[in-house]
Design a binder for this molecule. Structure first.
Ligand code: THU
Length: 140
């Protein structure tokens, strides 16, 4: 594991402390590394209507994109689960769209990380390319 990734895991662990998970009690922290070396953290934020809940990964990437970031390298995700934590389907799509085939670092309860390429977690991904192929050219 690269030193930079160890650091990313530590940032994700401290973001987990800020998780707002009164319903599931499942606390998650994420840390997203940009190509220029900046780190954006995120935690899960639960809403009483459940469906509006935001996962830690999406909190982190929406923060980064809203600050003008466009290129990413990796994201580390931690929880209190002793097992490695994989991302939900919605986060896989959002990360693929906005960050591309980055390293996804799944972390277990002991703080050990396992690096998996996002394309492996989301094979045959739908994306911008599919929309651009069928969109008719319009005069502006
Ligand atoms: N959750 C995340 O934040 N990231 C994941 O990768 C999996 C699930 C959150 C959403 C919800 O607040 C709680 O964990 C239980 O699903």
């Amino acid at each position: 594991m690269r030193v930079q990734y160890e650091e990313l895991i530590k940032v994700a662990q401290s973001a987990k402390r800020r998780a707002y998970a009164p319903y599931s009690k499942f606390r998650v922290g994420a840390a997203l590394l940009t190509s220029s070396g900046q780190i954006y953290s995120g935690c899960n934020i639960e809403i009483s209507t459940y469906a509006l809940t935001l996962c830690a990964e999406r909190t982190a990437i929406f923060k980064a994109v809203s600050e003008g970031e466009k290129k990413f390298k990796a994201i580390a995700v931690v929880s209190d689960d002793p097992q490695y934590i994989p991302p939900c389907g919605a986060c896989r799509q959002v990360l693929m769209d906005l960050a591309g085939n980055i390293d996804f670092i799944m972390v277990n309860g002991k703080g050990a990380g396992k690096v998996v390429k996002l394309a492996k977690l989301l094979p045959y991904a739908f994306g911008k390319k599919n929309l651009l192929r069928t969109r008719k050219k319009r005069k502006s």
